[in-house]
Design a protein around this ligand. Sequence first.
Ligand SMILES: C[S@@+](CC[C@H](N)C(=O)[O-])C[C@H]1O[C@@H](n2cnc3c(N)ncnc32)[C@H](O)[C@@H]1O
Length: 181
Amino acid sequence: MDKYEFTKDWFSNRESDWWESFGYLSAGTVHAMEIGSLEGRSAMWMLEHLLVQQESTLTCIDLFSNPVVEARFDTNLQASGKAHKVTKLSGPSWTHLRNLRPGQFDLIYIDGSHHGRDVLEDGVLSFRLVKPGGFLIFDDYPWRNEDHSVYPKDAIDAFLYLYRDDVRVLQKKWQVFLQKM
Ligand SMILES: C[S@@+](CC[C@H](N)C(=O)[O-])C[C@H]1O[C@@H](n2cnc3c(N)ncnc32)[C@H](O)[C@@H]1O
């Protein structure tokens, strides 16, 4: 990961969990999506480790509202040499998630807006987009700050309750890993 430029690191301490749960996917074609790309740290890790087969793809959704951060994402993507695998979608996730084909993704990583209502909407819309047997990953399950009154945990707990017959919980730590039945 030395060839990349990052100013934030909210992902490297999750890599071992990802590798343990999803590393085996790298042997085949993987169609992944992430909601919340920032500078591309999680995206570059996925490209380097999970999306290694030629046909594998990554869809990155972000507001990309800060041009400096977006330029860093773009530079990192070029440095990866794998830009041809990536579809970049700018704007709020809810505008894009409704327009994507259901059942097309093997893995969806939800790390965009941390407002509970947005997390719930991202989860519900992503559930339709992931294949049966595919994976949904929610980040920041216990995260809180003073700006929000509704947090990821509220949304993830509601999602886990409402979809209890439709998902298998693989991990419930800082990140929650689910498999769609
Ligand atoms: C925690 S950062 C993502 C970190 C990234 N996954 C990584 O590992 O470095 C959250 C990102 O979500 C984006 N975001 C916030 N609200 C969003 C929304 N409604 N739709 C899409 N992206 C959003 C922000 O612009 C920010 O880049």
